[in-house]
Design a protein around this ligand. Structure first.
Ligand code: NAP
Ligand code: HSE
Length: 439
């Protein structure tokens, strides 16, 4: 089986090495010998940490996908264009494609899956969600008939690595991000990681498969971790929580039928929840099904070798399917009916800085009451001699609410901003509680 690889960066170079290492095993188990014949890169002269002859490299990616010496195409270049056009050309030429490109699938998935079905070939993407964790195949196959209610995931390795460093060693955000980049976890533009867009693409793909509907990245309300402060992390720690970037996809009854919510946001996760112990670049996906109950998938979510492992699994599948004249399909996707963000509910943590004088707490608490938001707990930090960002005569007040509708919480924030005694509104972070546990 002759393989053409688009890209020889973090994942591409790991894949080429892994294929060479595991070729004998794959051949013994499937009867198929995997050969990397062509590799497309931007700069063919750059030295590569892979054992391939110089003539295997090309900068002509378009020619690679239609090359008669290439049976299967692996897309590991990233980005939307030219990846979209190249994947399409390969599928239209009757070649199976394996990709790790979640950004591409979360924006042009329907078009590409239709092209794969029309060509009767595979378009496989295990590595696009949660790196090395075999999750897409179980979701597509084992859970095909399961009434999935909700999927909760830590699906971005870079942000989980940063939050772990900030929580456990008090590391600075910028230093932790630089370390994640050096370890090959981050996207070419790490904004996609830290602003929640990479996780949004992944949860759009998960929601599409879990609910059989065409959910794109534009349907996902995404918020990243760049506003999470050391004070938020400290509050979480004092109250038995850890801060995690969660990707959530869920389905609920709406007035005209089922409605899907898909969102990415930082959350205070109880330290007893299974997702709380997911550290460093590890990812985990927690599935709540109507029949199966709770399931959790856990493993390395980013990095060259773990991701290459998932790509290799797809590659073997695509090669075997091609040999048998078969292909997999995610099936038809219905249009998605999305629930408006303001209609969703959650418990919230919020912090604010206010004047430290009589009557202030009552005024602030009254605003919550006016908007029907019930306070579950609160804590006030008075100024100390140092080590705090509070001015003289100012206190930080932190609240955790009971389950509240997002629109009521937004109205509360708007009124708090109007209050004279409130000097500054700080973080607003959702809290994962038993109250919103659907299982
Ligand atoms: P990367 O290190 O930036 O590598 C990208 C490779 O693609 C480079 O070899 C680059 O060539 C080549 N390339 C880019 N544009 C090209 C073009 N127009 N024509 C030809 N070659 C081109 O990226 P990566 O981290 O390996 O990620 C690759 C894909 O895997 C992305 O879709 C990413 O989202 C996904 N992914 C990554 C991880 C991870 O942990 N890194 C995990 C899961 C999924 P040069 O080397 O010449 O610049
Ligand atoms: N940048 C991504 C992450 C790579 O940090 O999770 C894996 O998709």
């Amino acid at each position: 089986m002759r393989i053409g690889v688009l890209g020889c960066g973090t994942v591409g170079s790991s894949l080429i090495t892994l294929v060479q290492r595991q070729r004998g095993t794959v051949e013994a188990r499937t009867g198929l010998r995997l050969e990397i014949t062509r590799v497309a890169v931007r700069d063919a002269a750059r030295p590569r940490a892979v054992d391939l002859p110089a003539e295997a490299f090309t900068t002509d990616a378009a020619a690679l996908v239609t090359d008669p010496d290439v049976d299967v195409v692996v897309e590991l270049m990233g980005g939307i264009e030219p990846a979209r056009q190249l994947v399409r050309s390969a599928l239209e030429a009757g070649k199976p494609v394996v990709t790790a490109n979640k950004a591409l699938l979360a924006s042009h998935g329907a078009e590409l899956f239709a092209a794969a079905d029309a060509g009767g070939v595979d378009l496989l993407f295990e590595a696009a969600v949660a790196g090395g964790i075999p999750f897409v195949r179980p979701l597509r196959e084992s859970l095909l008939g399961e009434p999935v209610d909700r999927v909760l995931g830590i699906v971005n390795g870079t942000t989980n690595f940063i939050l772990t460093r900030m929580t456990e060693s008090g590391a600075d955000y910028a230093d932790a991000l630089a370390e994640a980049q050096a370890l090959g976890y981050a996207e070419a533009d790490p904004t996609a990681d830290v602003e929640g867009l990479d996780a949004a693409a992944k949860i759009a793909i998960v929601a599409s498969i879990a609910f059989g509907a065409e959910v794109t990245v534009d349907d996902v309300v995404a918020e990243g971790i760049s506003d999470v402060t050391a004070a938020d992390i400290a509050f979480a720690g004092r109250h038995g929580f850890v801060v995690k970037l969660l990707a959530v996809a869920e389905v609920d009854d709406g007035a005209d039928g089922p409605e899907i919510s898909a969102r990415v946001h930082p959350a205070l996760v109880p330290s007893t929840h299974p997702l709380a112990s997911v550290r460093e670049s590890f990812n985990a996906v927690f599935v709540q099904g109507g029949a199966v109950g709770d399931l959790m998938f856990y493993g390395r979510g980013a990095g060259g070798d773990p991701t290459a492992s998932a790509v290799l699994g797809d590659l073997v599948d695509a090669a075997v399917n091609r040999h048998r004249g078969a292909h997999a399909s995610i099936g038809p996707l219905a249009p998605a009916r999305m629930r408006p963000a303001e209609a969703s509910s959650s418990a919230f943590y919020l912090s604010l800085q206010a004047a430290d004088r009589p009557g202030v707490l009552a005024a602030v608490a009254g605003v919550f009451g006016e908007h029907g938001v019930s306070i579950a707990s609160m804590e006030q930090e008075a100024p100390t001699s140092g080590g705090t960002d509070l001015d003289d005569g100012e206190a930080r007040i932190e609240f955790v609410t009971h389950l509240a509708r997002e629109r009521d919480l937004r109205a509360t924030l708007a009124s708090l901003r109007e209050l004279d005694v409130v000097r500054r509104l700080g973080s607003v972070i959702r809290v994962l509680t038993d109250e919103d546990d659907k299982s």
